[in-house]
Every structure is written in structure tokens, then in C-alpha cells.
Write a protein that binds this ligand. Structure first.
Ligand SMILES: [Zn+2]
Length: 182
């Protein structure tokens, strides 16, 4: 099992947060087939499940790169590179949404995406990133723990850590030792 330090944030943030910095250094948790498979399983209620996770690897990593670059620019108060904006647009355009109609005591319209699994997954992720970049991006915070790069959208303004267990406790312990040193 791969230990994803933070999931359950906005989809775009969950995606960027698959490259955390651990005590051993930066890691890419999607680098292995198991990591990619497990992350897609965690996101199953918001990302289509491809029959073969490896078939979507390239597009998932590409959208993550666009998301990270775009977020990083905006968080520094700069416009994202043009290539990020056009890239995210193109990935969505490759798998347009349509309404699939069926009958169940009335016409039921279900939004679906056209295209291969890779194109659909890419478009779903790119749309989530687009919504974040065009939306509440200024509210995105980075965990205050010195060596942590995880991003989140705080539901309440006092949230400072990616997770209270992971970084909150560590910071409290560090402060304790700082105070009681010597
Ligand atoms: Zn953290």
C-alpha cells in the first residue's frame, strides 16, 4: 500500500499532492504502477476508472505538471504560462462532455465524456484543475511545516497543517524541544 499523505482535498490539489516531500526527500507517489492504481482507486468517485491504469499514466502526469506549474505561478501572484492554459484547455477538448439519454419513466440525461479512457481521465483531471485555477486559487495554502509542500483549501481559516497527525504533531513536538532545550 502506498501512503498518500493527503487526499480528500479538491481533486486538482490531490493530484499535485502526489509529489510530497518526505523526510527522505521529494518523492513521486504515482511513479510506480501500484501507486498510480491506488491513487485512481482512491479517486474512483470523481475520476473514471480506466480498465488499465498504465494507459492513463502519461496524461495523468502531464496534467499534474500543468497543475503544479499553474498553481505555483498564481500563488506567486504571476499569470500562469500560456502553455499551461492552452494545455489544460486542449486536454479537455479531447474528450467533450455530452448528455447520454435513456428512458426510466422519463428521459434521463447522464453527462458522459467521449473518447478513450486516457482522454476521459485526462479531461476530468484537467477540468478540475481549470476550475481551481479560475476559482478559489488564492485560498490555497501550503502546509506550514517547514519541510512539507502539501497544498490544501482550508475549510476553516485556522487550519495550518496538511494534517494534524502528520505535521501538526511534529511541529508541536519540535516547539516543545525548542522550549526545553538546555
Ligand atoms: Zn504538512
Amino acid at each position: 500500500m502506498v501512503d498518500f499523505p493527503l487526499t480528500g482535498e479538491q481533486l486538482a490539489l490531490d493530484l499535485v499532492n502526489t509529489r510530497p516531500r518526505l523526510p527522505t526527500g521529494p518523492v513521486d507517489l504515482l511513479a510506480t504502477p501500484a501507486g498510480l492504481r491506488e491513487w485512481l482507486a482512491i479517486q474512483a468517485d470523481r475520476v473514471s476508472a480506466p480498465a488499465d491504469a498504465e494507459s492513463v499514466r502519461e496524461v495523468v502526469l502531464a496534467v499534474r505538471e500543468l497543475a503544479a506549474t499553474g498553481l505555483s505561478a498564481l500563488r506567486q501572484g504571476k499569470p500562469p504560462p500560456e502553455s499551461v492554459l492552452t494545455g489544460l484547455t486542449e486536454v479537455q477538448r479531447a474528450a467533450p462532455v455530452f448528455l447520454a439519454l435513456s428512458w426510466a419513466d422519463g428521459v434521463v440525461a447522464t453527462p458522459e465524456r467521449a473518447g478513450s479512457a486516457a482522454r476521459r481521465v485526462g479531461a476530468e483531471l484537467a477540468q478540475a484543475v481549470a476550475e481551481l485555477l479560475a476559482g478559489p486559487v488564492e485560498s490555497v495554502r501550503e502546509c506550514e511545516s517547514e519541510d512539507c509542500v502539501l497544498l490544501f483549501l482550508p475549510a476553516h481559516p485556522r487550519r495550518r497543517w496538511c494534517s494534524a497527525q502528520r505535521c501538526g504533531n511534529r511541529a508541536r513536538v519540535a516547539r516543545y524541544y525548542q522550549r526545553h532545550k538546555g
